[in-house]
Design a protein around this ligand. Structure first.
Ligand SMILES: [Zn+2]
Ligand SMILES: [Zn+2]
Length: 181
């Protein structure tokens, strides 16, 4: 059998996976994982630390993936970097499955059933999906970010503008009367 250069260190030839426990500690790039998101960039490496436990044709994957996501403060739009940490837990089984079993596996993100004789386990897609699932819905530059003035766009964390008092939305008036302790 001709060996090709392994292109992706997270796509494992099944033949080379030992019985029992194996550990995979490596850093990959966002580009290498084809990791993209509409709201976040991934400026650093992706730290991958996985354990794979093989018993015959059953493979239990557990592990942790860590990286930094760079997004924008949802109020003032400055760049904000947040740590992202994903815990993976996936069970791979190589077996002839019934349609019912395949359907159940498709609904269960933690179970992957593959045909007997499958040559590779693709851990990369689970690392990829794990990171995307952990991205926060929104990020703030700081808890009390004052945001941008909705009238003139001034960054109210740095400056005051002259809009306050004019054209006040009555809904904000109610908020102003709330006392924060
Ligand atoms: Zn902000
Ligand atoms: Zn203003």
């Amino acid at each position: 059998m001709k060996r090709t250069d392994r292109q992706d260190p997270l796509v494992l030839p099944v033949d080379e996976i030992q019985e029992g426990a194996s550990e995979y500690v490596l850093d990959v790039t966002a580009a290498g994982l084809d990791l993209q998101d509409a709201y976040y960039a991934f400026p650093g490496v992706i730290h991958v630390h996985l354990q794979l436990h093989r018993i015959m044709e059953t493979f239990t994957l557990t592990g942790t993936v860590r990286t930094i996501a760079r997004g924008e403060c949802c109020r003032c739009l400055v760049p904000v970097e947040v740590p992202v940490r994903a815990e993976l837990q996936v069970l791979f089984q190589l077996k002839n499955a019934t349609p019912d079993e395949l359907e159940a596996a498709a609904e269960d993100g933690g179970l992957v059933i593959l045909r007997p004789g499958t040559r590779e386990l693709n851990l990369a897609e689970h690392v990829h999906d794990g990171v995307l699932l952990e991205l926060p819905v929104r990020v703030y530059c700081r808890k009390d970010c004052r945001g941008l003035c909705s009238h003139c766009g001034t960054d109210l964390n740095r400056d005051n503008c002259q809009c306050v008092g004019r054209e006040q939305d009555p809904r904000w008036e109610a908020l102003k009367n709330i006392k924060f302790r």
